[in-house]
Design a protein around this ligand. Structure first.
Ligand code: ADP
Ligand code: ASP
Ligand code: MG
Length: 400
């Protein structure tokens, strides 16, 4: 079999951990498999590099950020390769460029355009374990790019897809995907399986156990994806097609996103084209807008609220100042988004009502709501985030 294994920051967080990873990888190789390993930077490393850059500049050039941030993954890939060779297993470390990972030009959140599979295959054929530095690629112009935070998951899935690997294993510090973040609710249960669509929602709504775009890619390329722990041999969670899951619960999980900020535009002129103008400006600035709420207009003006990731607030401020579309703009980062996700919602009523009731009983005010076929999201004050997660987890009996 050809197996792609990705090890996250905590799994490679110390030299001892790297040694344990080398043992696990060599076991997989010894069983007769071809192995491609994708590694993250040591835990905390990427944040440290970000803080270094922020020491000098509030808005460092994105290209330079990619030069900086991509270095963390290169360190671990080289170290793991050295450790494997020492165990008697030929191994070779590759940067994103050497692995043939080509991306578009959007520095710090580049999208993978294609992977030249010959690059890795050549090294595999020579009998190597290939250790790829995750989270990075190269643009058409030969510039180093990175794939957005948590992007090593995407590197692994994309490589698994390109090489048509039999299995892509994401090794992390929890046993798999749980009904909610086990750090918030210790009663959370591990899921044996979850559908691509539910995982996609959970990930994009804050469950960082898998990066959103990696799930998107896994679904698109039909990658056999498993998340499991690098600290034990427990079975993980399989992310698979909906039809492979017999019984669909109404609600599968609860997610908390602490990385959102709310923007409120007051006194927006109430006429056709204004919203288009505002969101075009934001899109040009590469801001990821999420929930959008527009009030009923009054006296020719209206209020417009939306959420953006906290680290895009500065970009949003710049975009809004260039536009002058409203009388005032307010920013509030003291909010969180709590969501429930489940494909079973499609065919059940009363799910939203239970959510609203549950938060009301806890005295939590809901400030924004958005729904889709398989999710309900609510913006609330950040101090209530964890309480809301636990209350919802309990209300839908996810601990049972
Ligand atoms: P890695 O460094 O291995 O990429 P991450 O920190 O990105 O790991 O993701 C793993 C973390 O995701 C866990 O430690 C856990 O706290 C968090 N998490 C959030 N939601 C969930 C969930 N539903 N199931 C499992 N883990 C979750
Ligand atoms: N090191 C990067 C980050 O911390 C990428 C990753 O770990 O997946 O976001
Ligand atoms: Mg991660």
């Amino acid at each position: 079999m050809l197996i792609v294994q990705k090890y996250g920051g905590t799994s490679v967080g110390t030299l001892e951990r790297l040694e344990a990873v080398a043992e696990r990888v060599s076991r997989t190789r010894k069983e007769g498999n071809d192995v491609v390993v994708v590694v993250s930077a040591m835990s905390g490393e990427t944040n440290k590099l970000v803080s270094y850059a922020e020491h000098f500049s509030k808005a460092p050039k994105q290209r330079e950020m990619d030069m900086l941030l991509s270095s963390g993954e290169r360190v671990t890939s080289a170290l793991l390769s050295i450790a494997l060779s020492e165990l008697g297993y030929p191994a070779v470390a590759m940067s994103g460029r050497q692995a043939g990972i080509q991306t578009d030009k959007s520095h710090t959140k580049a999208r993978i355009e294609f992977i030249d599979r010959k690059c890795i295959e050549k090294k595999l054929k020579e009998g190597n374990i290939v250790v790829v530095a995750g989270f990075q690629g190269i643009t058409e112009l030969g510039e180093v790019s990175t794939l957005g935070r948590g992007g090593s998951d995407l590197s692994a899935v994309a490589i698994a897809g390109a090489l048509e690997a039999d299995l892509c294993e994401i090794y992390t510090d929890v046993d798999g995907v749980y009904t909610t973040d086990p750090r918030i609710e210790p009663k959370a249960k591990k899921l044996e399986k979850i559908s691509y669509d539910e995982m996609l929602e959970l990930a994009s709504l804050g469950a960082k156990v898998l990066q959103t775009r990696s799930v998107e890619m896994a679904k698109k390329l039909n990658v056999n994806l498993v998340t499991r722990s690098s600290f034990n041999d427990n079975e993980g969670t399989l992310i698979t097609k909906e039809e492979n899951i017999m019984e669909q619960p109404v609600v599968s999980g609860v997610a908390l996103d602490r990385n959102q900020a709310r923007v409120t535009l007051r006194g927006v002129t109430d006429k056709p084209g204004i919203a288009a103008e505002i969101f075009r400006k934001l899109s040009e600035a590469n801001v990821n807008v999420d929930m959008i709420i527009q009030n009923v207009g009054h006296d020719g003006t209206t209020n417009l609220g939306f959420t953006v990731p906290q680290n895009e607030v500065e970009m949003t401020k710049v975009a809004m100042s260039e536009l002058n579309a409203s009388q005032s703009v307010e920013y509030d980062a003291d909010i969180v988004k709590v969501s429930i996700v489940g494909v079973g919602m499609k065919s059940h009523s009363g799910v939203a009502c239970t959510a609203f009731d549950t938060l009301a009983k806890e005295g939590i005010n809901i400030e924004m709501i958005s729904t889709s076929e398989i999710k309900i999201s609510m913006v609330i004050a950040s101090k209530y985030g964890e309480l809301a997660v636990r209350a919802l987890h309990n209300a839908y009996e996810l601990d049972k």
